[in-house]
Design a protein around this ligand. Sequence first.
Ligand code: FES
Length: 157
Amino acid sequence: MSAASFDACVDTTLAELGAPDGALLPILHAIQAEHGHVPADAVPLIADRLNLSRAEVHGVLSYYHHFRKEPAGKVVVQLCRAEACQAVGAEALAEHARASLGCDFHQTTADGTVTLEPVYCLGQCACGPAMMVGDRVHARLTKEKFDALVERARRQP
Ligand code: FES
């Protein structure tokens, strides 16, 4: 990844917005969409382009857990931790996910294949617990279903 590729994300986003006001979050989203995470190298460049301090950019980047500072695994699993899913067993499922994957939320498995992330509602509240594997939503999860879905995603090329 080069500064030029971060610059391109900044240029494109600023062109879409028409002004730098309020551009920080859209730029962070654009860089993560393009690169899979927001590398530390991008922070000074963004700060310069938006006339912000590096601390301001870093503060926003750290505040929102959505933004990854490290590359994600091949499969991103987002497990719903919001209230409706918690009422139907999401916490036990989260414990199972941690144990099964051997990593915590915001971490990637030792083999680099699966990144576990929390998410706060996937619009499946009536049929939780819910999660996303890649860009697909799955509901009415059990521990067995969780394992099967993750294993299937791991095996896909
Ligand atoms: S609370 Fe989990 S999908 Fe809405």
